[in-house]
Design a protein around this ligand. Sequence first.
Ligand SMILES: *[C@@H]1O[C@H](CO)[C@@H](O)[C@H](O)[C@H]1NC(C)=O
Length: 241
Amino acid sequence: MVSVKSILLAAMATVVYGAPCQPTFVPTLPKTGGARELPSPPPSFTLKKIAVGHGIQNYTCVDTTSAPKADGAVAILYDVTKYAPGTPKTGIAKALWDRIPSALLLKPLTLNKLAGTKYGAHATAPFPKEEDLKLLGFPIAEYLGHHYFDISSTPMFDLNRVGLKASVTKLDNVDAPANADKGPLKTGAVAWLQLGDSGKGLSSGITQVYRVITAGGVGQKCDVAGVGVHSVPYTTFYWFF
Ligand SMILES: *[C@@H]1O[C@H](CO)[C@@H](O)[C@H](O)[C@H]1NC(C)=O
């Protein structure tokens, strides 16, 4: 006959060995502090990666009096997941972490250039050799992937280093905080975004992407930039769920 004591012991063993050894640390998405915040990712979502992206936002000016119209982007993504503040052993201080996009924006763009432009990227081969990011004062961030707009102008995140992909559409946006880094052209920091799956069947392992702690990237006035396409450098964190 099975004793009450043995049943209790078995139950206790289940509790002890069934639980993870350490609670898994999950960083929380930053907030702008503005009147309205981006909706939080549903609790059922798993954070897959946090990247810092460095690239350009493109704009088209139809004439010198129109507003610049957003027209694609290209960026290189580096993996900073393990440095998120609070991460056991590898997490860095929050003040340092928050400065990563700004610090990166001071570095020259590593995209292959469009000849004759300061910030324009090569039209067909914008991405250089895949290299890790060495930013003075910060630990090395491994190369993670690329961000670009595909042939149908749909934003794509290809985290080729880890086999994740996100083809996205905008779900929501909020203005960057007033004190955000305005970038080298002093145009301002692009909005924070919540991006969801485009429904095109091109995503793999990612359901939502957030763009937070942006620096630079806002288009120049058309009377300054002139008619045609112009490119504005930006950096940001992308959180992949
Ligand atoms: C962005 O603009 C540059 C010119 O500044 C162009 O070479 C590049 O192809 C454009 N990229 C995208 C994704 O629109």
